[in-house]
Design a protein around this ligand. Structure first.
Ligand code: PHE
Length: 451
């Protein structure tokens, strides 16, 4: 196979980098508000089912495709099915999805970095409790603030990619992931010791099935895939960097557990605090920018420290995910013969242009008047990347593995050429990939269309 690239140095490196990709804004920014919108624990139960039955299966599938082919998505699919070259379209569809995700990701990461800055300089602490909604609105609608911060964030991301796969991505992930865990646990401890914290836990852990609609189920499925970074080929690229002797099942399990743990911990850090400060838990996308600052301010000076820590946490989590998105697009162009560094710079410039467009189209911004079906460009990109594109990409990916690739090849790859004993293969993997995952993805997509 075509694997003469530098990959990750060890299984630990694989887990840190891929968990870095998985854990991001999806866990800390989106998961709590989706949970809030669709019935607290009810959505948590559905989420866990999707993550373990479909998300993790997809993660292993993308790792298999990546490691076996040694390529980024566009070349990976045809390399594994030489008689069916048109499968490269699935790879290209994934690149399109990654590009859109990276654009909206940069916008939200920019806001986050901006809030980190404002928490450090004391701006946030000087705002009155009822002023945060206005503050966020004017921040996001400003013509220069979102752009400035998103460009700074992108430059950080680009520098790490230019550092290379092992010395850039792997090293940074190994450093940041443990810091992230410590930060989120510290925030949980503070939140749980606030007066009235138990209401938040009740909310998170007591199901309200009345709020769980079909739209909600698709949103949760989309979230499960988005959160594990699967369905758009990003994990195919990281798969192509996995050492030959790494155990794919073990790595995927660790990555999934980390991802779920951080999402739940983020919920535990956020909801009790939201209730303690008498705020609305279903605050939607603005939850962490409009609601949490009120919570921080209600804690006095310690609150300022926690605000700084929280926005730092969110920025770092976003960084390791943005790295994987930029790497995916870079690896794709590099596979097509472009110089790696040039590819990284070109993608960055192109995505920056789209990101600025998306930032300006957010509610209240200079381009927010452009709407389609009542939604502005920001809302569309958020909806497409959050709910629709990953499940579609995922559907074709599992069909490819389950119905196009040879079963023996998949077995060979997952068992490291017969070295590992994989008695779980038939029931817990192959059956899920061939039948359960495609059926569930199809049902969720159709149900959303029909309701
Ligand atoms: N998994 C990331 C998150 O939850 C988002 C992401 C999607 C990153 C796809 C890379 C690729 O925030």
């Amino acid at each position: 196979m075509a694997n003469n690239k530098t990959g990750f140095s060890s299984s630990f490196g694989v887990v840190m980098a891929a968990a870095g990709s998985a854990v991001g804004l999806g866990n800390i920014w989106r998961f709590p508000y989706i949970c809030g919108q669709y019935g607290g624990a009810a959505s948590l139960i559905v989420y866990l089912l999707f993550v373990f039955l479909i998300g993790m299966v997809l993660l292993m599938t993308e790792f298999v495709i990546g490691r076996r082919s040694g390529y980024a998505p566009e070349k990976a699919f045809p390399a594994l099915a030489p008689k069916r070259p048109s499968w490269k379209l699935v790879g290209l569809f994934g690149m399109f999805t990654c590009f859109l995700i990276l654009a909206i990701y940069l916008v939200i990461s920019g806001w986050t970095l901006g809030y980190f800055w404002e928490s450090m300089t004391g701006t946030l602490a000087s705002i009155a409790d009822d002023g945060f909604a206005d503050h966020f609105a004017s921040f996001a609608a400003s013509t220069w603030k979102p752009v400035l911060f998103l460009v700074v964030f992108l430059v950080f991301t680009l520098l790490i990619i230019l550092g290379g796969v092992q010395k850039g991505i792997e090293q940074v992930s190994k450093l940041l992931m443990p810091i992230l865990l410590v930060l989120v646990i510290a925030l949980c401890v503070r939140s749980l010791t606030l007066p009235g914290a138990s209401k938040g836990l009740d909310y998170l852990f007591h199901p309200n099935f009345a709020l769980l609609t079909w739209k909600g189920i698709l949103a949760i499925l989309g979230q499960a895939l988005f959160s594990l970074s699967v369905g758009m080929g990003a994990m195919i690229v990281y798969g192509s960097y996995i050492p030959r002797d790494s155990n794919i099942l073990k790595s995927a399990t660790w990555i999934t557990v980390c991802d779920v743990a951080i999402a739940v911990l983020a919920g535990v850090a956020i909801f009790p605090a939201v209730f303690a400060a008498g705020q609305d838990p279903a605050g939607g996308p603005g939850l962490v920018y409009q609601v949490l600052p009120v919570v921080f301010n209600s804690m006095g000076t310690v609150g300022t420290v926690f605000a700084v820590l929280f926005f730092l946490l969110l920025s770092l989590a976003a960084l390791t995910s943005a790295i994987s998105l930029l790497e995916t697009l870079t690896a794709w162009l590099a596979d097509k013969g472009m110089k790696r560094n040039l590819a990284a710079v070109l993608v960055s410039v192109a995505v920056a242009v789209l990101a600025i467009f998306v930032a300006y189209s957010f509610s209240g911004g200079p381009l927010s008047y452009i709407t389609l079906g009542g939604m502005n460009i920001f809302d569309w990109v958020d909806k497409l990347t959050g709910s629709y594109l990953p499940p579609i990409g995922a559907l074709f990916t599992v069909i490819f593995l389950g119905w196009v690739m040879k079963k023996e090849d998949i077995h060979d790859e997952l068992s490291n050429h017969g070295v590992l004993e994989i008695s779980w293969f038939r029931v817990f993997y192959y059956f899920l990939v061939r039948f359960v995952a495609p059926a569930a993805l199809l049902v969720a997509l159709l149900a959303d269309l029909l309701t």
